[in-house]
Design a protein around this ligand. Sequence first.
Ligand SMILES: C[S@@+](CC[C@H](N)C(=O)[O-])C[C@H]1O[C@@H](n2cnc3c(N)ncnc32)[C@H](O)[C@@H]1O
Length: 256
Amino acid sequence: MDVSFEVRAEAYGRFMGRYSEPLAGRFATFAGVVPGRRALDVGCGTGALTSELVERMGAEAVSAIDPSDAFVAATRIRFPGVDVRRASAERLPFSEEVFDFTLAQLVVHFMQDPVAGLHDMARVTRPGGVVAACVWDHAGGRGPLTVFWHAVLDLDPHAHDESQLAGAREGHLTELFVAAGLRDIESTMLTVQTRFRTFEEWWEPFTLGVGPAGDYVRGLDTERRLELRDRCASLLPQQGPVDVTASAWATIGRTP
Ligand SMILES: C[S@@+](CC[C@H](N)C(=O)[O-])C[C@H]1O[C@@H](n2cnc3c(N)ncnc32)[C@H](O)[C@@H]1O
């Protein structure tokens, strides 16, 4: 699907970074990332997972790709020792069998062709190496944007939320991994918690134009935007902090 990720790194950080930064450690642990190996971060964004990989393995052992120019530039600045390239999962600019761990955190649902993307991730992974991916449980109502999309669908029942996207429902990542030829497949659910001090701090990132939710808000006129904001507020605590629990399906598989 075509969504907006040509946004400032800082905007991404305020929107999805609040969740993807804490998710990265859990995801790397589930994938079994250990020092002394090489890893590729596919769809690195602004480097939430790259950071975790660098901490565990050292910058020289880590490569990262993303199709967004803005994110590639931001990740290069943030991690000068990491090999960061502009590319897509479906056409990775690496030879075969280079990496021990090839990981895609919150990316499969944005790939034009998820099976082709996972297949190319397997191609660049050494035999017996690990391919791993995770996607928010949008279909199960446990993603970080569940309240937002509930409010949207209350007001606009024909809107497209993210529940139909690849990997966003139970078992679907496993199906995609099988189709991509991976074996010894295991899945789990990873959960993170984030606290916003106020409703405004929760709402404001939706207005920054990041991802499908940001695209949706950008497409509303002022009146409908206010209506959506008010509907979201009615679904959240009226006072005090907003605590969000967000869960992602995570799957690992090994290359034959
Ligand atoms: C939700 S962000 C996740 C970024 C980062 N992995 C994180 O956890 O914060 C989705 C990322 O996938 C990237 N992306 C979209 N389509 C892609 C594709 N076909 N191959 C690789 N990355 C893609 C976007 O540019 C964006 O950086």
